[in-house]
Design a protein around this ligand. Structure first.
Ligand code: MG
Length: 206
């Protein structure tokens, strides 16, 4: 499915209780938003490059929503009409820099830090039924269900579109379940949304 290149990638932090807790946080009162730059995007099979600035880069397997038409002040009831597709996404994160910087632009924004799988048309997909699994070298590290999200997908679209206009091709990364962990050179990390497909990326040094 061909979609416009995103004008922005809007990410949601701490949207699964167990993941918030594993990093010593609680689920926030409102969705916690941050951005990844479109320059971080790579596709299935391309390498995640570990930057020299970080000593700890982690995987975050997530369900991505791809917007199909301009959305501004959309209600929760109408929100799913604005979705073109769903896809697996890896919100690759330099965990050490996330802690030291306070702001997350660097930790989340390095080139190659946003692997995005093939988008699957949203028709016939009930997003409440979606699940995400992350494996490193074939070993399962993360598994979560959309039904466990603190803020479900229609709530996220309504909330975000009340702040900024979502354009066709824009991506929402809906948060990661528990089990995040480090990536090493030579690893292969897979994010699967069962029924949609698998996103597989090797990890290498610069
Ligand atoms: Mg994330």
């Amino acid at each position: 499915m061909t979609l416009p290149r995103p004008s922005k990638i809007v990410c949601v932090g701490r949207n699964y209780l167990e993941h918030a807790r594993e990093l010593g946080n609680e689920v926030p009162e409102r969705p916690l938003l941050f951005f990844k730059p479109p320059s971080a995007l790579i596709t299935n099979g391309e390498a995640i490059v570990l930057p020299r600035e970080s000593g700890r880069v982690e995987h975050e397997g997530e369900i991505a929503v791809v917007i199909g038409r301009r959305a501004r002040h959309v209600t929760e009831d109408q929100a799913l009409r604005y979705v073109a597709a769903y896809a697996p996404l890896n919100d690759v994160t330099a965990r050490d820099l996330q802690k030291t910087d306070g702001q997350w632009a660097r930790a989340k924004g390095f080139d190659t830090f946003c692997p995005l799988g093939e988008p699957v048309p949203a028709e016939a997909i009930d997003p409440r039924e979606l699940e995400v699994v992350c494996r490193v070298n074939g070993e399962e590290r993360q598994r979560g269900r959309a039904s466990q999200m603190a803020f479900p997908i229609p709530v996220l679209i309504a909330y975000i579109s009340g702040i900024m206009t979502l354009e066709p091709g824009d991506v929402i990364a809906t948060g990661t379940p528990a089990g995040v962990g480090p990536l090493q050179p030579g690893d292969r990390v897979e994010v699967e949304v069962p029924g949609l497909g698998v996103l597989s990326n090797p990890v290498r040094e610069p």
